[in-house]
Design a protein around this ligand. Structure first.
Ligand code: FBP
Length: 278
C-alpha cells in the first residue's frame, strides 16, 4: 500500500520534472547580470539592453528553464509563460559595492514572490568560505524553509569565494563547496567548472547525487572552447549547465544555445554541436 505523501513533496517532484527533463538533465539560462554586473554586460556584441531581445531567442531555442530575479520575471512573463520553466533567484548584489562587501549577497525577494510569479524553483547564492558565510547561510536556510512549505526545489549557486582564497576554481575548493551545498539541502547545485573532465567528476562525486550543473562564466572567445567544457561536464556526470554570457554575448545566441542543448540532451560532441553556430 502506498504511503500518503505530503502535498509539498508532490509539488517539488512536479516542478522538478519541468526543470530536469526525462533524461535527468537541464539547460538553464542565467539572466541576473543586470544587477550582478550592471548594464555593461548587454553592450556586447551589440546593444541588447532591452531584455526582450535576449529572452525571446532563448525561449525560441528551447531552453529548459530561465533563472532570473523577481522584477525581470515580471517584466518578461508574456514571452516565457507556458513555454519554459522559471527559477526565481531571491539573493543578489551589485558590483557597485565596495570591494570588501563583495563577498556577500543580500535578500532580493522572497519565496512567496517566486510562488506568486508562478515559479518552478527558487535560487539563492552561498559564497562558501567568505567572511560573510554566516549571514549567507542564514539567508539560505530562510529560503529553504519557505521553499519546503510551498514544494519548490531550491537551486544553490555554490560559489567558493573569499579574499583569502588563492584559486576559486581549484578542485579541492570547488568539491568542498559541492559537498557543503549538498549537506545544506540544495536540490540543484550550480558551481564552477574546474577545468577538466577528471576534476569535475570529483565535484559531481562530492555532491552525493544532488544534480550538479556547470556555471557558465565569462564569454569564451571561441564557442568551441565553451562547448568542449559542456561536453566534459556531461561526461563527468554533470546534469547540465546554467549559462548566461556565453549565450547572450554571442552574435548568434539562439544558435549557441541550440548547440549547448545538442550536447546536453542529444549526446552530440562539441565538434558536432559547433556546426550549429558556424
Ligand atoms: P554566466 O554564465 O554569465 O557566468 O552566468 C552565471 C552567473 O552565476 C550569473 O548567474 C551571475 O550573474 C554571474 O554568473 C556571477 O558572476 P560573477 O562570477 O562575476 O559574480
Amino acid at each position: 500500500m502506498a504511503l500518503p505523501l505530503p502535498f509539498s513533496y508532490v509539488g517539488k517532484m512536479v516542478r522538478f520534472s519541468r526543470i530536469l527533463k526525462s533524461d535527468g538533465k537541464s539547460v538553464i539560462f542565467a539572466f541576473d547580470h543586470g544587477v550582478e554586473h550592471g548594464p555593461k554586460d548587454f553592450d556586447v556584441p551589440e546593444n541588447r539592453i532591452d531584455p526582450r531581445k535576449i529572452i525571446k531567442p532563448v525561449v525560441e531555442a528551447g531552453v529548459d528553464a530561465i533563472m532570473m530575479l523577481p522584477g525581470m520575471a515580471k517584466l518578461t512573463y508574456d514571452i516565457w509563460a507556458g513555454k519554459t520553466a522559471i527559477i526565481v533567484k531571491v539573493t543578489s548584489k551589485t558590483s557597485l559595492r565596495p570591494k570588501e562587501e563583495q563577498f556577500k549577497q543580500s535578500v532580493f525577494g522572497y519565496v512567496e514572490d517566486a510562488v506568486a510569479l508562478g515559479a518552478d524553483a527558487v535560487a539563492a547564492t552561498v559564497y562558501w568560505g567568505s567572511p560573510e558565510e554566516d549571514a549567507m547561510l542564514d539567508m539560505w536556510f530562510a529560503v529553504r524553509r519557505a521553499a519546503e512549505i510551498y514544494g519548490l526545489p531550491c537551486l544553490q549557486l555554490a560559489y567558493p569565494r573569499g579574499p583569502h582564497m588563492q584559486n576559486w576554481y581549484d578542485v579541492e575548493i570547488v568539491r568542498y563547496a559541492a559537498r557543503a551545498a549538498a549537506e545544506s539541502g540544495a536540490d540543484l547545485i550550480k558551481i564552477y567548472y574546474t577545468g577538466s573532465r577528471e576534476t569535475f567528476a570529483k565535484v559531481v562525486e562530492a555532491a552525493c547525487g544532488v544534480p550538479v550543473l556547470m556555471s557558465g562564466g565569462p564569454r569564451r572567445e571561441k564557442p568551441i572552447d565553451f562547448l568542449k567544457d559542456v561536453e566534459n561536464v556531461i561526461a563527468a556526470g554533470g546534469r547540465g549547465v546554467v549559462v548566461g554570457r556565453n549565450v547572450f554575448q554571442h552574435p548568434k545566441p539562439k544558435e549557441m544555445l541550440r548547440a549547448i542543448i545538442a550536447i546536453v540532451h542529444e549526446g552530440k560532441t562539441a565538434e558536432e554541436a559547433v556546426k550549429l553556430v558556424e
